[in-house]
Design a protein around this ligand. Structure first.
Ligand SMILES: Nc1ncnc2c1ncn2[C@@H]1O[C@H](COP(=O)(O)OP(=O)(O)OP(=O)(O)O)[C@@H](O)[C@H]1O
Length: 218
C-alpha cells in the first residue's frame, strides 16, 4: 500500500488560537475519505494545509514520504488538485477553461477528452462552446470539477463542492467523484456533511475541538 498523506503532529494556529491541535493521521492511495465537523472547526484549514496553500504552525505533512515543504508547488499542484465551493471559471467559454490545464503543460487541447469529461458529469457536448456567464451555479461547479481532472490527479481535495446545489446536481457530481475514485484510483478527501455522499466513503473523519476522529466504515 502507498501512503499518500502522513500527517504528523500538525497544529495550525491563527491569532493565538489553535484551530488544529497536534493532529496525526494517514491516508492511503485509493482511499475515499469524507471530512465533517461543526462550522469553524477547521475543515477548510486542514484541506488548505494539504493543498499547500497555507503552512502548518508546527508538525509536518508528508506526501508520498516526502515533506510537503520539499516540493515545488507547481509540480505538487499537478498531483494534488483542490476544488472548492463556488469555484470560479475564467475566460469566455467552457472550452477555454478545459483547455487551461493543457496550456500550462504546453500541450495541445484534447477536445475528445473534454467531451468525455462533460459526459461524466451529465452535460451534453454543446456545453463546450457555452459562455461561462450563461451557466448555472451547478453547471459551473461541474465544469470546475472536470477542469481539476483533465489530467487525472493523484489526489482530489474537495471543499463543500456540492453544498449549494440541488439534489439532482449533487447526485451527478457525487457520482462523478465516486467514479474518479473507483475507476481511476484517485484518492479523494472531501469535506461534506451530506449523508448520501458520506455513504460512498471508505472512511469518515470528524474534526471536533481541533482533534480528528476517524471512523473506518465497516
Ligand atoms: N486567516 C484567518 N484569520 C483568522 N481566522 C481564521 C483564518 N483562517 C481560519 N480562521 C478561523 O479558523 C477557524 C476554522 O476555520 P475553517 O474555515 O477551517 O472552518 P470550517 O470547519 O471549514 O468551517 P465551515 O464549515 O463554516 O466552512 C474559524 O474559527 C475561522 O474563523
Amino acid at each position: 500500500m502507498t501512503t499518500i498523506f502522513d500527517v504528523k503532529n500538525m497544529s495550525y494556529e491563527v491569532n493565538g488560537k489553535k484551530i488544529l491541535k497536534d493532529i496525526s493521521f494517514t491516508v492511503e492511495k485509493g482511499e475515499f475519505l469524507t471530512i465533517k465537523g461543526p462550522s469553524g472547526s477547521g475543515k477548510s484549514t486542514l484541506l488548505e494545509c494539504l493543498a499547500s496553500l497555507i503552512s502548518p504552525s508546527s508538525g509536518e505533512i508528508y506526501y508520498k514520504g516526502k515533506p510537503l515543504s520539499a516540493f515545488d508547488v507547481t509540480d505538487y499542484r499537478k498531483e494534488v488538485s483542490y476544488g472548492f465551493q463556488n469555484a470560479s471559471l475564467f475566460g469566455e467559454t467552457v472550452a477555454e477553461n478545459l483547455a487551461f490545464p493543457y496550456l500550462i503543460r504546453d500541450q495541445e487541447f484534447d477536445r475528445k477528452r473534454a467531451l468525455e469529461l462533460l459526459k461524466k458529469v451529465n452535460l451534453s457536448e454543446s456545453y463546450l462552446e457555452q459562455k461561462v456567464t450563461a451557466l448555472s451555479g451547478g453547471e459551473k461547479q461541474r465544469i470546475a470539477l472536470i477542469r481539476n481532472v483533465v489530467f487525472m490527479p493523484e489526489v482530489l481535495l474537495l471543499d463543500e463542492v456540492t453544498s449549494s446545489l440541488d439534489e439532482a446536481t449533487r447526485h451527478d457530481i457525487g457520482e462523478a467523484i465516486r467514479r474518479f475514485n473507483q475507476e481511476e484510483g484517485v484518492t479523494v478527501l472531501w469535506v461534506t456533511h451530506n449523508t448520501e455522499e458520506i455513504k460512498n466513503a471508505t472512511k469518515t473523519m470528524e474534526i471536533v475541538a481541533g482533534q480528528v476522529e476517524v471512523d473506518t466504515h465497516a
